[in-house]
Design a protein around this ligand. Structure first.
Ligand SMILES: [Zn+2]
Ligand SMILES: [Zn+2]
Length: 95
């Protein structure tokens, strides 16, 4: 038995994501919150734009990588400050 449209009651075709008569997404379809495309019920991400779909688990956040990048940026900043201070000190002593 085929599901029927929530909007107009029209019998949906097998695996249909939209009603062919009124365009309402099928009840088991996952409508993308970003672009409005209807994806399959088991899909976690929009096939059109990659947006995480409602009910899907978000991708794991790369916390360790971002922390490493932060430390790297802090190290670069510290190095820049130290070399700048060294250059300033050398410049002051040279006068
Ligand atoms: Zn319909
Ligand atoms: Zn989308």
């Amino acid at each position: 038995m085929n599901p029927t449209c929530r909007g107009c009651g029209h019998a949906l075709k097998h695996k249909a994501k939209y009603c062919a008569r009124c365009g309402t997404p099928a009840a088991d379809a996952r409508v993308c919150p970003s672009c409005g495309i209807a994806n399959d019920a088991g899909d976690n991400f929009c096939y059109a734009c990659g947006e995480a779909l409602v009910g899907g688990s978000p991708p794991p956040a790369p916390r360790r990588d971002s922390a490493r990048v932060r430390w790297l940026a802090a190290g670069i900043l510290l190095g820049a400050v130290l070399s700048g201070a060294g250059a300033l000190g050398w410049w002051l002593l040279d006068r």
